[in-house]
Structure formats: structure tokens, C-alpha cells
Design a protein around this ligand. Structure first.
Ligand code: ARG
Length: 495
């Protein structure tokens, strides 16, 4: 009975968490016409995150363009912040309607998507540590250098063209700066206006005089191949914007917003401003972290809850007398335990969307992945628990005339669950940590928020340390709570 009670308590707490967090998650669901734009918000002044009056917002010149496109269509704009190299797959699978992310229309990309007219011409530059600008003066001087670029960008292609260059592709532009500062790379290929903003906030870095051949690169909006209707509407909006020179204005305003100049500071003042310390960062961005904690706890609780239910069923199949069931359960367990969770996540989120035309939201994909992944581990835990129950229990129950099902339900499973409760709790702790991978597809969990704070504050380490501390506190408290439950349970055994 005790076991049932604690199980009930567990489910109840999960429910509470659900009730608190669900409104937040479902707020995004709305009726009416909407248009979803995908972008990688690490690219100031074009698209970046900024703390505006204590609220996390995605801003930048591309956002202004997106707003105009949506307004002209009479649609509501929805923004999805996705890693740059996942944007094309996201568009291809229909998760987003268009990409506005400072994207250059290359021939290679044109094979998979259609591009709008050009809306802006950007240029490419080379950034190095300030003291190295004399060392790197020509393209030839970069021969054999270690070069940082954003994964999947044209900068990666440019760097590939440098003889003997050792490429180091990363997801976020802010990580490129980090690589430079920590001497992991010697130079980085970047978009000029982006580099301007970055060096302003990283006084130890500078833009070199190197002239990159064909360095002027256009930017355009991508839509799914053949979506001429949307493309037509986009081009119409772009034509008006360009006729009024509005895009340049958007870029200038966004640059000022990013550098802080819009608050009246000069470039010199920004450079000399002391860097905020870790406590300051935590306090300024506490809303980000708080939101991340809610998502992380919600995802983990859902993962364990569904993992529990699925795992129990799978373990019963695994122990079934019917060999087909046993075989199916075994395959399920082995495949899920034998492949990385990140791969499972991407298959569920992008693969399934494409193959079966089912579009899970990022949150749904996250919950599904965590649930099925942990169900495989929990199934094995349950099996061990069930097999660990003394055979005599079954024999006694059966000789009292109980059916196999009734024996399982009333005698074996309750004892098994009780004995594996600590292991289940452990799984919860593991899931809290592992759930951080969902940030990959854009779930706004704790890890995602930490990355966001990193790119807003230009601080590489502190936001991560804060996240680590929060993860630690959550798992520590949880293990202590589980310890108490466990002691209670064993005390009840002694009675
Ligand atoms: N223009 C470059 C490209 O198309 C880089 C764009 C990167 N955009 C971003 N939001 N990070 O590859």
C-alpha cells in the first residue's frame, strides 16, 4: 500500500508541475493565419537575443523585415531560433515557412530551396586577436592557420579555400570569439557587420586588413522549393522596403541596439565598460534561468512519467511467455540503449516530420525522445525488479488460486516497483541532466537559456557556470528527497 501511495504522490507532483508549466508551453498555440520564420539568433545586428526591460527578445534587422512580411500578409509572426546548420532541414521538413537569417543564396542551397530577391549586401572579413593583426595581412599569410567558422555557413566554404587551413566549425558565432580568445584558432572568417559588433565587445580581438576575394555577399530569404505564392509576397514586401532604403536603416538601428549606443553610450565607453561579474549576470538574467528551470523540470518529469509507463509495459513484454513479444521488447531496448539520444532526438524531430509529415513541436519532440529513451532503461530496471521478487511469492499466490495476471498486478509488480524505486529516482536525476540536449532543437530549457545569455552578454564562461550550479542544486535536492523516501520505505519494511 505504501508503494501505491508514494507512486500516487509522484504522479501527483508531476501533475502539479504540469499544471504550472503547461500554460506556458501551450501559450504558443493560436488559431488564425501565422507564418513561422526560422533563424539563428546569434548574428547581431541581423538577428540576436537581447534583454529588453527584463524580457528576453529576439531582435535585429532581419526581425524587422520578417515583421513587415508578416504584416503585409496579414499573418501573425512566429520566430523559431534554430542552429544555423539546422535551418535548411527545418525548412525542408516544413517546420518553418521561411528562413531570414542573413543567409546567402548559394548555388548549392538553391538546389534545395528557393530564394527571394537580395535584400542586403554584406561583406566578409577576417578577425584575429588584436596583437596578431600585423601577422595576418594577406590571404596567403593565413596558410595553414587554424580557422574558426560557423557550421554550415559560407564562411566555412571560404575557409576551406585557404590552403592547409585547419577548420574548426562551431554552432554559434559567440563560440567563434571564444575560440579566438582561448587560442584555439588563429583567425575567423566572419560577416563584416557582425564582426564590427563582436570586436566592440571583445577589445582583445580585431578585424584584419585582409581582402577576401569576392567578399561582397548578398542576403536573401529562403522558402520551400516551389512555394511561389509566398515568394511573390516576400518579394513585394522587399521591393517596398528597398525602395524606401529601410533595410539599411534597420541594420543601423539594430547595430546601435546591439552595441548599446542606442542608450547614448559611445563606442569608447562601451569598450571601457567593466565586464559584469557572475553574480551580476545571474541577477540580470534570472528570468532566463527561471524559465529554463521550468522547462527542464517539466521535460524531465514528463520523460520519467511516460518512460515509467512505457518501460513497465516493455518489461512485461520482455518477460512474456510469447516469444514474439519478448523479441520485440528486446529489440526496442537494445536499439534505444545502443544509439545516442541526440541522434534519436534529431530523427524524431526532423526525420519523422519529413518521412510521415508529422510535425511535432520542439517540446513534443523533446518529451517523446526523453520518454522513449528512459523507457528502455526503466524497462531493464523493472525486469530486474520483477525477477528479483522471490519465486515463492508467485507460487504462493498461484496456489491460492490467483490468476497469472492478478498475481502480477497485486503481488509481484508492487514489490518489484518498491525495490526499484531508488533506481527510478536515479533515472529522474539522470534525465534532468540529459534533457539538456533538447536545447539542440530549440526547446527553451536551462541549457538553451544559458547559451542565450552567453551570446547576449558576450561572456563565455559565467552563464555556463551558473547553469551548472543550477543543474547541481536541482539534482542534489532531488537525490536528498529520494533518499528520504527510500528511508521511509525501508522503515515501513521493518515494522
Ligand atoms: N551569410 C552566411 C551564410 O549564409 C552566414 C549567415 C549566418 N547567419 C546566422 N544567423 N548565424 O552562410
Amino acid at each position: 500500500m505504501k508503494v501505491c501511495k508514494s507512486l500516487f504522490a509522484l504522479c501527483f507532483s508531476v501533475l502539479i508541475v504540469f499544471l504550472v508549466v503547461a500554460p506556458m508551453a501551450s501559450a504558443a498555440q493560436d488559431t488564425g493565419k501565422k507564418i513561422v520564420v526560422g533563424l539563428s539568433a546569434d548574428f547581431a545586428p541581423y538577428e540576436f537575443r537581447k534583454n529588453i526591460n527584463g524580457k528576453d527578445e529576439i531582435v535585429g534587422s532581419d526581425i524587422e523585415i520578417a515583421k513587415r512580411v508578416a504584416a503585409d500578409m496579414g499573418a501573425e509572426l512566429q520566430i523559431q531560433d534554430i542552429a544555423f546548420d539546422s535551418l535548411l532541414p527545418a525548412l525542408d521538413s516544413g517546420r518553418i515557412d521561411m528562413i531570414i537569417s542573413g543567409m546567402t543564396p548559394t548555388d548549392e542551397r538553391r538546389q534545395n530551396v528557393d530564394f527571394s530577391d537580395t535584400y542586403y549586401i554584406s561583406r566578409q572579413v577576417i578577425v584575429t586577436r588584436a596583437e596578431d593583426t600585423t601577422k595576418f595581412k594577406t590571404m596567403e599569410s593565413l596558410k595553414g592557420a587554424a580557422i574558426g567558422v560557423q557550421r554550415g555557413s559560407i564562411q566555412q566554404d571560404i575557409a576551406k579555400g585557404i590552403e592547409g587551413a585547419k577548420l574548426s566549425p562551431v554552432d554559434k558565432v559567440s563560440d567563434i570569439m571564444l575560440q579566438l580568445e582561448s587560442n584555439r584558432v588563429d583567425a575567423a572568417v566572419m560577416e563584416g557587420p557582425v564582426a564590427d559588433g563582436q570586436v566592440l565587445n571583445h577589445p582583445d580581438l580585431a578585424i584584419t586588413d585582409i581582402q577576401i576575394p569576392d567578399s561582397d555577399t548578398p542576403m536573401a530569404i529562403a522558402v520551400q522549393k516551389g512555394n511561389t505564392e509566398l515568394l511573390g509576397q516576400i518579394n513585394k514586401t522587399l521591393a517596398t522596403l528597398k525602395a524606401n532604403n529601410e533595410v539599411d536603416k534597420f541594420v543601423n538601428d539594430a547595430f546601435k541596439l546591439n552595441s548599446g549606443e542606442s542608450t547614448g553610450e559611445t563606442a569608447e565607453q562601451i569598450k571601457d565598460k567593466p565586464k559584469p561579474n557572475i553574480f551580476q549576470i545571474f541577477w540580470d538574467y534570472r528570468n532566463y534561468y527561471w524559465q529554463g528551470i521550468q522547462y527542464t523540470l517539466f521535460l524531465s518529469a514528463m520523460g520519467v512519467l511516460f518512460g515509467f509507463i512505457i518501460g513497465l509495459i516493455v518489461s512485461l513484454l520482455r518477460l512474456s511467455q510469447i516469444s514474439v513479444f519478448r523479441w520485440l521488447a528486446m529489440t526496442y531496448i537494445e536499439i534505444l540503449r545502443g544509439t545516442p539520444m541526440l541522434v534519436q532526438l534529431l530523427i524524431i524531430h526532423y526525420g519523422i516530420a519529413q518521412a510521415f509529415n508529422i510535425n511535432f513541436t520542439v517540446l513534443e519532440s523533446g518529451i517523446i525522445t526523453l520518454s522513449i529513451n528512459s523507457s528502455a532503461y526503466l524497462a531493464e530496471i523493472f525486469r530486474a525488479g520483477i525477477q528479483g521478487v522471490d519465486r515463492g511469492q508467485t507460487e504462493a499466490a498461484r496456489s491460492l488460486g490467483m490468476s497469472y495476471g492478478a498475481t502480477m498486478r497485486h503481488i509481484i509488480i508492487p514489490q518489484a516497483i518498491k525495490s526499484v524505486l531508488p533506481a527510478i529516482g536515479n533515472e529522474f536525476v539522470v534525465i534532468i541532466k540529459e534533457s539538456s540536449i533538447v536545447s539542440f532543437i530549440g526547446v527553451a530549457d536551462l541549457m538553451f537559456q544559458a547559451q542565450a545569455v552567453r551570446s547576449i552578454t558576450y561572456s563565455a564562461l559565467s552563464p555556463l557556470i551558473i547553469a551548472a550550479a543550477i543543474y547541481f542544486v536541482m539534482t542534489f535536492i532531488l537525490s536528498k528527497l529520494l533518499g528520504i523516501v527510500e528511508r521511509r520505505l525501508s522503515a515501513s519494511d521493518q515494522r
